[in-house]
Design a protein around this ligand. Structure first.
Ligand SMILES: [Fe+2]
Length: 179
């Protein structure tokens, strides 16, 4: 969220990127946002799933822990790098994907925190639930992890979607195309 600093707020950074692309979205809390014709209907599937499961943190704790790890890992390395290359190709800021590629890193970033959260959760379970309970909880964590991509992982594809646009820097574009 940017810890109160709007310049670090990820939705604000993403809105800036969209504005550079000529897209000025209505306020997120507005009716116009919900009905904005530029959204594809399926774009809401994953956010609605996240919002829905987040309403039940106790009931779905194992699934949420797995989902959280999958979310933090998704894009780190490959996906964000490809998205960054596509954004750079078309002359847009790569700040949004650069931020996530660093913040979500697996050594000390959000992905590491997510793995630690799972370890912490599992550490106390044997005394409470016994071995079978731990195995069942682990299966639920795995189900939560897998649930992220049940709805499709389109992030990199969406960034790379405007392929018909003319690159801002044709010389750079030729280099990227060759690699
Ligand atoms: Fe993250």
């Amino acid at each position: 969220m940017g810890n109160g600093e709007i310049s670090l707020n990820h939705p604000a950074i993403y809105r800036c990127l969209l504005r550079d692309m000529g897209i000025d979205l209505p306020q997120t809390s507005s009716r116009q946002y919900a009905e904005w014709p530029g959204f594809r209907e399926e774009s809401f599937a994953k956010p609605v799933f996240w919002l829905a499961i987040s309403r039940f943190p106790r009931t779905y704790m194992p699934e949420i822990l797995g989902l959280n790890l999958a979310m933090e890992l998704s894009g780190v390395g490959g996906g964000y790098r490809r998205a960054g290359a596509a954004l750079e190709f078309y002359g847009y800021s790569t700040l949004f994907v650069d931020l996530h590629n660093t913040i979500d890193n697996v050594a000390t970033g959000h992905s590491a925190w997510a793995a630690d959260a799972i370890d912490t959760y599992l550490a106390d379970l044997p005394q409470v639930l016994g071995p079978e309970g731990v195995a069942a909880a682990w299966e639920r964590i795995r189900a939560g992890y897998r649930s992220l991509n049940r709805l499709g992982n389109l992030a990199a594809g969406l960034y790379a979607a405007p392929r018909t646009r003319v690159p801002a820097n044709p010389a750079r574009a030729r280099v990227l195309t060759r690699s």
